[in-house]
Design a protein around this ligand. Structure first.
Ligand SMILES: C[S@@+](CC[C@H](N)C(=O)[O-])C[C@H]1O[C@@H](n2cnc3c(N)ncnc32)[C@H](O)[C@@H]1O
Length: 205
């Protein structure tokens, strides 16, 4: 299976963590299940994946949602090159864009502002940074879906989240992980996201 071969290559390059490739695929399937439980109209969807690295969950989602448009953002050049190689191998045509840049820069481009239905993040950053980086991409009433580390309590409840316009919607325990979904209810504050590195250095909470 092409997808598995690609992820094995990612693992060889040390772009994926210790667990076997099958575990990464299963975790990505948890994203698919979470997304499917949210949305009834899954036509004409655009999804941004933050910090795509070795391609989880992005490549698995690309392979599953065959008509969706995807934007994969990764600041490290070698990883972005790997992702370009991978989508070519998956034969996805023109529906995938890979951007090698800081997410904070891409999020401030008017080309992407409020154009996206889903933002996904796995092992990208702690909640305040992830929320700050994700919020400006989303259309109103659309979703940020984040894979949560094991045994966490609610990491998203803080009044500082209000500035992003995001509100925690639900925590979904799937067979292969826990996923937090947030919905964009208000336009994010004008200053968000701040310039690259600041969301991580000076988190909103
Ligand atoms: C720990 S890896 C996780 C990769 C993948 N999502 C996974 O779960 O296997 C985090 C990735 O996010 C990228 N990254 C972190 N902060 C970023 C930022 N502000 N802009 C773009 N990429 C970023 C890193 O270069 C790295 O490849």
């Amino acid at each position: 299976m092409v997808l598995e071969e690609i992820l094995l290559h990612a693992k060889k390059l040390n772009y994926l963590g210790k667990p076997p490739v099958q575990d990464h695929i299963l975790n990505a399937k948890g994203f698919i299940q979470t997304i499917q439980e949210l949305e009834t109209n899954l036509e004409q969807v655009k999804l941004v994946d933050l910090g795509s690295g070795g391609g989880v969950p992005a490549l698995i989602l690309i392979d599953y949602f065959k008509n969706w448009e995807f934007i994969l953002i990764e600041r490290k050049e070698k990883r972005a090159e790997f992702l370009s190689w991978a989508v070519k191998k998956l034969n996805t045509g023109k529906r995938i864009e890979i951007i090698c840049d800081e997410v904070e820069n891409v999020a401030r481009s008017s080309k992407y502002e409020a154009t996206v239905d889903f933002v996904t993040a796995r092992s990208f950053a702690p909640p305040p940074t992830t929320a700050e980086c994700a919020c400006r991409f989303l259309k109103k009433n659309r979703y940020l879906v984040v894979s949560e580390p094991p045994n966490t309590t609610n990491r998203w409840l803080n009044t500082a989240l209000n500035e992003t316009g995001l509100v925690p919607l639900k925590t979904t325990k799937q067979e292969n992980g826990t996923f937090q979904t947030l919905e964009l209810l208000e336009k994010p504050g004008n200053r968000l996201p701040r310039r690259p590195g600041v969301p991580r250095k000076r988190p909103l909470w």
